[in-house]
Design a binder for this molecule. Sequence first.
Ligand code: NAP
Ligand code: MG
Length: 500
Amino acid sequence: MNRFHGIELHPDTATFLARPRRMLIGGEWVEAASGASLPVTDPASNEAFCHVPAGDAADIERAVAAARQAFESGEWPRHRPVDRERLLLRLADLLEAHAQEFAELEALDNGKPVMMARHVDVALSIDFIRYMAGWATKIEGHTMELSVPLVREREFFGFTRREPVGVVGAIIPWNFPLLMAVWKVAPALAAGCTMILKPAEDTPLTALRLGELALEAGYPAGVLNVVTGLGHTAGAALAAHPGIQKIAFTGSTEVGKLVGKAAMENMTRVSLELGGKSPVIVLDDVDPAVAAAGAAQAIFFNQGQVCTAGSRLYVHKSRFDAVVEALSGIAAGMRLGPGIDPATQIGPLVSKVQQGRVMDYVNSGFAEGARAAAGGAVGDGPGCFVQPTVLVDVREDMRVVREEIFGPVVVAQPFDDVEEIARRANDTPYGLAASIWSNDLSRVHRLIPKIKAGTVWVNCHNIIENVMPFGGFKQSGIGREAGRSALELYTEPKSVIMML
Ligand code: NAP
Ligand code: MG
């Protein structure tokens, strides 16, 4: 199995695919306890090309026990911060040495263009691991001067420590499989936690390969466990397990709420990175060509399967027609193809299910009176393609405007009044991100505090940075990943008060 869609795979990718794929529990590569497996599908052809174990509650049980043991005894608790830093740096080096293999696995499994996988998913993952490695040696507490007015005759000394939260469960989505895994694995391991990682059913391959590299880097058995399996079995068992101290989830708001409720039952710490319906706001001083290129990148990047996708485009009415025309031109000119083909600009969506979901939204838009200025249909062949789509003649009450589509579909609307636009931008249950396009500094600065979103971009969109906290307002989630905040998710403060 070394050619897909006429493209020859890197020998390492072919070797990985030729090996039997088991999951990683307690340093061993194991089958699911049930013996069941799941097919892994290439969304460009909609054909299965390999299998992974279908782990379920019994396997989660084993993995939590292994992670608990690794957290409490053995080598891992004896690792000093500098040892944890060195292991993460080694893991990053290994990932870099296998960058093309990871990019190809991601392209085959998720459908995304291989060049994007290489320069975005894999490159950002390597950088993020290195960034988090640095934090391992910078976990700090404070010393405090205490008053204790009731006991004036004695002196007191107070300090705080930040301790690893414990055993962590991570449940990740299929849109950026490796990067979302790394966003959770790296800070957890930097902090000294141990982890059970459950990748999405649709995209399990890079998480398994990451598990192999972690063993090669020298992580002790049980520090990182990878259990492949379904969300409602393995995922639900992990979220509800009383033996974990924290659950980190990225995915839909609907499942995020289930995970949050299950976690609350055991007071498990929880962070949720959920959906979005992010506005792109173009003011009247912007060149329509610049705005259209920005809006295209905001929505078509990763086939629109991005939690921060700029899926609602608001353009000042003086520029609306010009921006929509230029954006539609870009959409119509994009080359659809298999992700593994380096010439591809838009790959298939992740699955037939996702293609169906996205087309249901597009068709609901048509039924309610929307019109496609570009796209509006599936692509040719058996793959899970959807044409890059620009919908106009939409109203705020339509489902295509209100709900997260998670595909290459943008709804474009004109606006009149810059004072009004913040209200319209915020008229959504979500609050993950927004972008403002203008060079009028005063108007931009006046808008920023009015936008209810975890990230506001100005004259750019979908720029993710290691040092910046990332997460959502409102129903887009709880907690912030990346930056210093990521470490706080995986540590617990402890106050120490000493009477001297
Ligand atoms: P999802 O169901 O939220 O899946 C995310 C992760 O949660 C996957 O690993 C999934 O496993 C797991 N999961 C599913 N049900 C679970 C449960 N009851 N308990 C614990 N874990 C569970 O997302 P999806 O079905 O792949 O996509 C649905 C929609 O979610 C998309 O159309 C999109 O709107 C949104 N989404 C958002 C993001 C984001 O980054 N914000 C990412 C992905 C999807 P399985 O894959 O095995 O089911
Ligand atoms: Mg797949």
